[in-house]
Ligand binder design. Structure first.
Ligand code: 4AZ
Length: 479
């Protein structure tokens, strides 16, 4: 059914041929003449999912575009994937989901993560296809999934020279004439074409095939890159429907960079090259939305309490003018994001918030991000913590009364994981009035000069989690 969906989408997007963004959807084939992904590669490849469709039909049927995880909290995709091409209205965060961590859309192990914000490049134009980039912020950092850094002209490894070998990856259709969507994403090896072929009207020859240039007014070489591939047998390798938003990758291993974003093309795998958003030209937007990463994460201190975790953010450790700290449980789901937020407080003081409603004795993992004027930081380290039950107080094992003096022997609380900071014997007169108490030293506490009365006495144990009072023992000081 994915084919029906994308067909409907294509119709929705328009059928004109003059504007590139519209021409793109007329195209027939996705990665065409590529290969299935090699296992364990491209871990940052994200599937953009339509929430309503996902709920009805699952991941495969819901996939509408690709994307790239560039930091644990940000997915970079194409603006045209999240902006209605007729109305210009941007999708709501709730209407989209991100699938991560699996090469097959049919794999039930694919992690589906909700989105808290969608930012579309302010220069994005439906008409020209310029600045076709959007950043989706995830509700929780995905620290265990590979990321790919957006290419920057200053990073020492990026080149946009014609002839550079690049790769495109996606779940788009593999067939020019019909819809044949793969379960497992595919990759295609491409070559960057010169700007002269990408908005300056000069055809290029690659591996003996002539590729037809886009003219000025069709493509903008300042915001776009053109790329295409020719296989050893002479077939054309290209991205296509369903690949949009996905990565054009340059370099390998630590040098791998997100160089382009699948954007548009006149058909697919024809003599018209594929067109990609030029990521180096989007640096300001990517920085402002946090997609470049680089902002230091907040430090976090996690204190386990009764059915809650207290998260403290010492007011340092971030370089982006943090206005909010948000701590999130790694176990959060889209339906139940368990998190808390705090605003930074003055110098030297730690902002603090509690994640409540937790189960004592269960281990939770906490990470936090700082949000500020420069976007969202990379996530903090993950801190594991287990909410504690209030420990039992301990109990009185014996009491010896001599005149007005009572000597108690006590079995102390083990603390149940919490540190006991004070243990006392507290006696309250049954008739009311002020009580008396004494510190337990070793296993004994002595109350002296007790006014004659009957008392209910118990051990109290104070811990970081709370104060507990044990079972009562009756005590009578004769008059
Ligand atoms: C699309 O519609 C699309 N051949 C993606 C890439 C290309 C064409 C169309 C490039 O998503």
């Amino acid at each position: 059914m994915r084919r029906l969906w994308t067909l409907a989408l294509a119709l929705l997007l328009g059928i004109g041929v003059t504007a590139p963004a519209q021409a793109a959807v007329q195209s027939r084939p996705a990665i065409i003449n590529g290969s299935p992904s090699a296992p364990g590669t491209h871990g940052y490849l994200a599937a953009l999912l339509d929430t309503a469709r996902y709920n009805l039909k699952g991941t495969f049927q819901a996939q509408i575009c690709g994307g790239s995880l560039t930091t644990p909290t940000t997915v970079v995709t194409a603006a045209h994937c999240v902006v209605d091409q007729n109305s210009g209205v941007t999708s709501t965060p709730a209407s989209l989901l991100i699938g991560l961590g699996r090469s097959s859309l049919q794999d039930s192990g694919m992690r589906v993560v909700a989105i808290s914000a969608i930012a579309v490049h302010p220069g994005y134009s439906i008409k020209t296809g310029d600045d076709d980039v959007a950043v989706l912020t995830l509700v929780a950092p995905q620290t265990d999934i590979a990321t790919i850094a957006p290419a920057q002209l200053t990073d020492g490894v990026t080149t946009e020279a014609a002839g550079t070998r690049v790769q495109v990856a996606g779940w788009g259709t593999t067939s020019n004439f019909g819809n044949s969507f793969p379960d497992v994403f595919r990759t295609g090896d491409l070559t960057l074409l010169p700007a002269s072929a990408c908005g300056q009207g000069q055809n290029t020859v690659l591996s003996g095939l002539t590729f037809l240039a886009y003219n000025a007014g069709e493509a903008n070489p300042l915001t776009m890159l053109c790329a295409v591939g020719v296989s050893p047998t002479g077939t054309i390798i290209d991205s296509c429907r369903g690949d949009s938003g996905g990565p054009l990758i340059a370099g390998d291993g630590a040098d791998a960079r997100l160089l382009g974003i699948v954007s548009w093309g006149l058909n697919c795998a024809t003599r018209h090259p594929g067109v990609y958003t030029r990521v180096t030209a989007m640096a300001d937007f990517l920085k402002a939305t946090g997609a470049l990463g680089g902002s230091a994460p907040p430090e976090i201190l996690v204190t386990p309490l009764h059915e809650r975790l207290r998260i403290q953010f010492p007011a340092r450790g971030t370089n982006l003018n943090a206005t909010t700290f948000t701590a999130t449980l790694a176990e959060s789901t889209a339906a139940e994001p368990r998190q808390c937020s705090a605003a930074p407080v003055g110098n030297g003081l730690a902002a603090s918030c509690d994640i409540t409603g937790l189960v004592n004795g269960t281990e939770y993992r906490v990470t936090a991000v700082a949000t500020g004027t420069a976007g969202v930081s990379v996530p903090s380290t993950v801190v594991a913590a287990t909410p504690l039950a209030v420990p039992d107080a301990g109990r009185i094992t014996g009491v010896k009364v001599t005149g007005k003096r009572a000597v108690f022997t006590v079995a102390r609380s083990t603390g149940n994981g919490a540190e006991i900071t004070a243990t006392r014997i507290a006696c309250l007169p049954l008739a009311g009035g002020p009580g008396r108490s004494a510190k337990v030293i070793l296993k004994r506490a002595t109350l002296r000069s007790l006014p004659p009365a009957s008392y209910a006495c118990a051990v109290t144990a104070r811990s970081e989690v709370g104060t507990a009072r044990g079972a009562e023992t009756l005590l009578t000081i004769p008059g």
